[in-house]
Design a protein around this ligand. Structure first.
Ligand SMILES: [Zn+2]
Length: 863
């Protein structure tokens, strides 16, 4: 008999404490130990069921007040991933302790307990604690974890959630092995338990209000730990102040792991990171790398409250963890380093979420989740970035009614549910209590409904009125809602110019259509629909309203210009706005000063070049980019005049401009200059770190076999994680036909670690010289490809990477291939990828001739 994939553990038996005594054999890649689980049994029952996968339980007995009952049968069920223990007598109500001895092997891939370089590391979220511990592996079962590691070889470091209580040599062990006892944790869900064992070096420790912080790396990277220490020590007190509760886990270790599935994992008190998100040298790291690391570090620290202290009951509220950590990270980093303007970086992630959420295959932020596999599918831009954006929108709405009502609501929620579990409704209730506002209806519309609205906005300038109309936005011009039209309560902030100046007005759009009289004096000259781009919706202006807005572009805030470009591009895709109007808009932004807006613009031009450009018009396209940005790039050059000082904004503006000139305009002079600057050693003397991506990409594109091997060598030996990734991705950017095969062949070998495999593949699939061969590799060596993406998240990335292929024939082949080779845990990713591909292919057919016509009318080719 099988319990089925959707089986959930009964609530009558709850663990209160795990005492695990574990021996990890690093060389043999196996573990064994003894485990005691204290249970609270609320109703008598038959067998005892808990989770376990690929574990061998050699003995088990249940100790109750009355008797000790040996297990008469232990049954493992593969589909439900459970172990069922039968005893000679039924389970009595009351307290009991399950004692067992068990063993298992390291998991292949990047989950459970696995090998990462010389380390043994755990990664348990969503549901892989069961690959190491027999346990109640659902978030609602919180318990104290008391872990001891036995037989730790001399010289190895052992880290877990609790601080080290004792670390002593095992008596009479000739090999000098140790026994490390960790402090018991506060009540913790199993997915947050962690063990890290291996040769690690720590930074000096920092004391932040009594919390000892350390950052760990493999010894050759220990010089790169300072930034993470400084960031964690700075943001931890800011988080304590925001939540009004002290950091709950006693100590904080941050560990850089050489092979890691996600960006990082918020294990309580023992946070594991992909190295590139933690380890860096501020003197050689581009600012983007520093900001990303600060954001990830803060995100994981925010989880220590949101997720770890207060945990979702079930995976359908995963967004409670991820949306909050996402939003909070930006908020706190912004408080720590306001000059970074980190919220502008958020706009990029929000754009990706809006794209995903405009598909028919989108899902609600709070999604139905039936099992652990589906839980894994929810880790996407809708859960993180859309969730974060919706919270930011709700915060703006509540705070407009009274300062910090949102924070008060969150503090109440934290106090009510600390060391326990909560649902979305608990949160809205706390926010409603603190604010006195009917927040539930507003919030649920955004959390439980799929998609988001586009608001059509028409300005009657003379009358000082705007008409607003909302409908669900689809990227596909042919898509319609199947059932009744979805509507949202849309908290809008309108900004407009009148006879007296500029004003803002709040409007809660609570109907499909509404006309709003602006609080204006005299005629209204222009009106913006989404001030600060805070709302998670798109604005579609009618032609006269847009014509009034365009002259105001320079006075709008950068995020608003970016949102306008993003909305207009989305409306092009949806068949509402002609591409010529969009290209006119791009052409009018040639003087853009804000580097984030500029980068976004260059990114959109790169999309056009990659997907929608008629090869015969390449010369005209390159000339257009040169005309648009060449003069400004020339003015800035490759660095400040000798002895000149520059601010970050200038450096980043230069990086965006040079990216356009070198990589899009492919201007031979600029390209030669870029190649000449390829750093000779491991450092980059004389080159602004922010320019290294452009420099190394140019060097890869123009590489001959000798340079290719040199880049390959650097990708192998480089200790700085961002530099290593840069060299690795460069290999996938070659444009020499003979090197293309080599670049593709490398993907399955040792040059490309598992954690980087899908990103390397996605660069290959985006490169017109390598893409067909890379796609052939996926098809012909699929078993190896799949084995190299051996974790739920990497498999989804593998499917998503295919969306880079641009042509109809690709779409046909991918559709056929994925239906004959279905991949577990990628149902959503597959549906989304196929929908996106189909739309992008149709868009290509529509746009290629129109873009060609626009270029012909506007640009004279120079070569
Ligand atoms: Zn997270």
């Amino acid at each position: 008999m099988t319990l089925g994939k959707n089986f959930r553990l009964p609530l009558e038996v709850k663990p209160t404490r795990y005492r695990a005594d574990l021996r990890v054999d690093l060389d043999g890649a196996r573990f064994d130990g003894r485990l005691a689980i204290d249970l609270a049994i609320s109703a008598p029952g038959g067998a005892l069921v808990l989770h376990g996968v690929d574990l061998t339980v050699s003995s088990a007995e249940l100790e109750t007040a009355a008797a000790t009952l040996p297990a008469t049968n232990i049954h493992a069920d593969a589909e439900s991933e459970t172990l069922t223990f039968d005893f000679a007598a039924p389970l009595p109500a009351g307290g009991a302790t399950l004692h067992l001895a068990w063993s298992g092997k390291f998991s292949p891939g990047l989950r459970g307990l696995y090998r990462a370089g010389g380390l043994a590391v755990t990664q348990f979220e969503a549901a892989d604690a069961r690959r190491v511990f027999p346990c109640f592996d659902e978030p609602a079962f919180k318990a104290v974890w008391q872990i001891t590691l036995d037989g730790v070889a001399p010289g190895l470091v052992a880290i877990s959630n609790g601080r080290v209580l004792s670390d002593e040599a095992v008596h009479d062990d000739p090999a000098g092995r140790r026994r490390v006892v960790f402090a018991p944790t506060p009540p913790l869900s199993s997915y947050l338990v962690a063990l890290i064992l291996g040769d690690l070096a720590a930074s000096e420790s920092t004391d932040a209000r009594g919390i000892i912080i350390r950052t760990w790396a493999v010894p050759e990277k220990s010089a790169l730990t300072l930034f993470a220490q400084v960031a964690a020590a700075a943001v931890l007190p800011l988080l304590e102040d925001y939540f009004g509760l002290p950091y709950p886990f006693g100590k904080l270790d941050q560990i850089g792991v050489p092979n890691f599935e996600a960006g990082a994992m918020e294990n309580a008190g023992a946070i594991t990171f992909r190295e590139v998100a933690l380890l860096l040298d501020v003197t050689t790291a581009p600012l983007a790398v520093q900001k990303r690391a600060a954001e990830v570090i803060t995100h994981e620290l925010a989880h220590q409250w949101f997720g770890n202290l207060v945990t979702m009951v079930w995976w359908d509220d995963l967004w409670l963890n991820e949306a909050f950590a996402t939003w909070m990270a930006y908020k706190i980093v912004d408080a720590w380093r306001p000059e970074w303007r980190i919220w502008m970086d958020f706009e990029g992630g929000k754009g990706a979420a809006m794209l995903l959420d405009s598909l028919q295959a989108a899902h609600a932020i709070r999604a139905d989740v039936h099992n652990a596999e589906e839980a894994g599918e929810s880790f996407d831009a809708i859960t993180y970035e859309k969730g974060g954006a919706v919270l930011r929108m709700v915060e703006g709405f509540l705070n407009s009614l009274g300062e910090d009502r949102f924070r008060e609501g969150l503090r109440l929620y934290m106090r009510r549910h600390r060391e326990a579990n909560a649902t979305a409704d608990d949160l809205w209730e706390a926010l409603a209590t603190a604010s006195g506002q009917p927040i539930v209806a507003l919030a649920n519309g955004w959390i439980r409904q799929v998609g988001y609205p586009v608001v059509a906005l028409g300005l009657d300038a003379a009358a000082g009125r705007v008409s607003l109309a909302q409908r669900r936005f689809f990227a596909d011009p042919g898509a319609r809602e199947a059932g009744p039209a979805t509507t949202w309560l849309v908290p809008m902030v309108l900004r407009f110019g009148d006879a007296k100046g500029v004003k803002e007005q709040r409007v809660l759009l609570d109907a499909p259509e509404r006309t709003v009289t602006l609080d204006a004096e005299g005629p209204v000259s222009w009106c913006l629909g989404n001030a600060d781009a805070r709302g998670f919706f798109r604005t579609a202006y009618d032609a006269p309203t847009l014509a009034r807005l365009l002259p105001e572009l320079p006075t709008l805030r950068p995020a608003e210009r970016m949102a306008l470009v993003s909305d207009q591009w989305a409306l092009v895709r949806a068949g509402v706005v002609p591409i010529a109007a969009f290209l006119d808009l791009v052409a009018s932004l040639g003087r853009e000063e804000d580097h984030v807006v500029l980068e976004d613009l260059v990114g959109r031009l790169a999309t056009i070049e990659h997907r929608h450009l008629d090869e015969r018009e390449r010369g005209r396209f390159e000339a257009f980019v040169r005309e648009l940005l060449g003069e400004r790039a020339a003015k800035l050059g490759w660095g400040p005049a000798a002895g000149g000082e520059e601010d970050d904004e200038t450096r980043l503006r230069r990086a965006a401009l040079l990216r356009a000139l070198v990589l899009l305009a492919r201007d031979p002079t600029w390209v030669a200059e870029a190649e000449r600057r390829l750093p000779s050693g491991s450092g980059a003397p004389g080159v602004d770190p922010n320019l290294l991506d452009v420099v190394v990409t140019a060097a890869a594109r123009g590489a001959d076999p000798a340079r290719f091997e040199e880049l390959r060598r650097r990708a192998r030996v480089e200790t700085d994680p961002a530099a290593k990734r840069r060299y690795l991705h460069a290999l996938a950017r070659v444009e020499d036909r003979a090197l293309a095969s080599r670049a593709v062949a490398l993907s399955l070998g040792d040059d490309v670690p598992m954690q980087d495999f899908t990103s390397y593949l996605s660069v290959l699939l985006s490169n017109r010289v390598t893409r067909d061969e890379a796609w052939r590799l996926v098809q012909t060596r699929f078993a190896e490809v799949r084995a190299k993406a051996d974790s739920p998240m990497l498999l989804r990335r593998l499917v998503e990477a295919l969306a880079a292929l641009p042509e109809q024939r690709h779409l046909d082949e991918i559709t056929a291939f994925l239906s004959s080779h279905p991949i577990d845990g990628t149902k959503q990713a597959t549906a989304q990828t196929l929908e996106r591909l189909r739309m992008d292919v149709e868009l290509r057919e529509r746009l290629v001739p129109e873009i060609a016509a626009w270029l012909q009318a506007r640009v004279k080719p120079k070569r």
